[in-house]
Design a protein around this ligand. Structure first.
Ligand SMILES: NC(=O)c1ccc[n+]([C@@H]2O[C@H](COP(=O)([O-])OP(=O)(O)OC[C@H]3O[C@@H](n4cnc5c(N)ncnc54)[C@H](OP(=O)(O)O)[C@@H]3O)[C@@H](O)[C@H]2O)c1
Length: 484
């Protein structure tokens, strides 16, 4: 028997992502049954009121698969328990409710913290104090912690300490929903299930790597969060560095949580830390022009809505290969992608055959979202010419190759957490290693030693300075809005 307890039951994440994902899994008959889903938040409701609200939101967010009949079967699993994370009595009541729903049988419990970050530590402590964290045979106790995990190394370590008081590291699942994406996982399959890529996946053949996560959206009403976070905490410490580990880690000895996470940590620990001087030379920041007009944003706000950072991984595979990370809000299109730029051939046999054409090295483009696929860019002959050449591409698209909808990342991650597979969740040393990389950049950006973030127009490709900065390294961004 399983019980899934969602803290933050009345919130946005629960209604928009978690319940639709659970409903999809139910329709696919993948949920481990019997299962109780218990919502916990302060709003006073009974089971039926919560089911009614969720029925409306799931209709909206689950897509065309929603039917009243299947919803009625799913809703029978759903229960609600009003309570306050600050109140010990609420946890005693939750414990009794769980015992009743589980008929006092041993059950695996998964606590999902879908609340604001300041409640992660207190919720874990209350669960521990109420005796709800202790495991026994056939009764695991796991806890899923949403992002953001801390705001810097110090706060992440304090949060780790606070959760570790009652939960062992093996019980903790720190979520980064990017890791549930099929296309991110496909990076591992591409690299380690094929023989043709790995031999060239190193400094001998690769010139540079570019990882981009751009969004068209502006911050809207999220100023209270965004003003304290900015682009580095919002996108770099978690999503971009996680994608970087998948693209650059060594092959793990086995496909299990420990082996995979050991390799990810090794890559993060190999990233060269940046001094203040190096941050100035190796990063660029920008702000979309209308940012300071957003409700709640300070008049002279220095918060970056665009950032680019150049990193080096000091190991045998990647020594001296620059890895460029960038992310921005208010960009010309939404795209998350990894670009592997290969070196030019050592000798250009066709130089001068195509006047004005500047041949590029081969390029492998791994599209993560919203386009989901892989492209290989290579040179080919222009037919009916005297060995003139041009760029051509091979294109693989998941949507054309597989029937059916690509699942939302929360489906995969919820199922893994229910089944106790932590491979796609961040370990404490991983999170802390990521903060060790980002903290010095954030500190330098906050210190006032750099020029102000350059304004850029919304709908553009970020600040002009970012293009110039790339030119100083003899590089240029690969910019392409994907065809979806
Ligand atoms: N929304 C997303 O798409 C998304 C995506 C990725 C990560 N996240 C993360 O997920 C977390 C939740 O985000 P959200 O957007 O769902 O936030 P939200 O809509 O503000 O929901 C917060 C939830 O916490 C509950 N809550 C607040 N104080 C409480 C207390 N003292 N005791 C018990 N429950 C309490 C609220 O319900 P009551 O007021 O009824 O108590 C509400 O259900 C955040 O950490 C966010 O960073 C969200």
């Amino acid at each position: 028997m399983h019980s899934l307890i969602i803290f933050g039951a009345s919130g946005d994440l629960t209604s928009r992502k978690l319940i639709p994902a659970l409903y999809h899994l139910f329709l696919k008959k993948r949920l481990p049954l019997p299962l109780n889903i218990i919502g916990f938040s302060r709003t006073v409701m009974d089971d039926d009121e919560w089911r009614g609200k969720l029925s409306e939101t799931t209709k909206e967010f689950a897509g065309s698969v929603f039917t009243e009949d299947s919803w009625a079967s799913f809703a029978a699993l759903v229960h609600y328990q009003a309570g306050d994370i600050g109140d010990a009595a609420s946890f005693a009541a939750l414990g009794s409710r769980l015992e009743a729903l589980e008929n006092s049988n041993p059950a695996d419990r998964l606590y999902y913290l879908a609340t604001a970050p300041q409640f992660y530590g207190p919720a874990a402590e209350q669960l521990g104090e109420a005796g709800l964290a202790a495991e026994s045979p056939g009764a695991s106790r796991r806890i899923v912690v949403e992002k953001p995990f801390g705001t810097d190394l110090d706060s992440a370590q304090k949060l780790n300490d606070s959760i570790h008081r009652h939960f062992d590291e093996s019980q903790i699942y720190r979520i980064d929903h990017y890791l549930g994406k099929e296309t991110v996982n496909n990076v591992l399959v591409l690299r380690f299930a094929n023989a043709i890529f790995e031999p060239i996946w190193n400094r001998n053949y690769i010139d540079n790597i570019q990882i981009t996560a751009n969004e068209e959206v502006l911050i809207g009403r999220r100023a209270p969060y965004y003003e304290t976070a900015g682009i580095l905490r919002d996108m770099f410490q978690n999503h971009l560095l996680q994608i970087l580990t998948f693209a650059t880690m060594e092959p793990p000895a086995r496909f299990d949580a420990k082996a995979i996470r050991d390799e990810k940590v090794k890559v993060l620990q190999s990233i060269r830390p940046l001094s203040e001087e190096e941050v100035i030379a190796n990063s660029v920041r920008g702000q979309y022009r209308s940012y300071r007009d957003e409700p709640g944003v300070a008049k002279g706000s220095q918060t970056a809505t665009y950032g680019a950072v150049r990193l080096f991984i000091d190991n045998w595979r990647w020594k001296d290969v620059p890895v460029f990370l960038r992310s921005g809000k208010g960009m010309s299109c939404r795209t998350t992608q990894i670009v592997i730029n290969f070196r030019q051939p050592p000798h250009s046999l066709f130089a001068g055959k195509t006047p004005g054409f500047d041949p590029e090295g081969n390029r492998l483009l791994l599209q993560i979202q919203p386009a989901e696929g892989i492209q290989i860019h290579f040179m080919s002959k222009i037919p009916d010419t005297d060995m003139k050449i041009r760029n051509s591409e091979l294109n693989f698209n998941f949507k054309n190759s597989f029937r059916g909808e690509m699942p939302d990342s929360y489906e995969r991650l919820l199922l893994d957490a229910l089944e106790g597979d932590a491979s796609l969740f961040a370990r404490n040393d991983e999170v802390e290693a990521a903060w060790r990389i980002i903290d010095p950049v954030q500190k330098t950006w906050d210190s006032g030693v750099m020029q102000d973030p350059e304004f850029y127009e919304t709908g553009a490709m970020g600040p002009v300075q970012s293009e110039r900065w790339m030119e100083t390294f003899g590089q240029r961004w690969f910019d392409l809005c994907p065809m979806v």
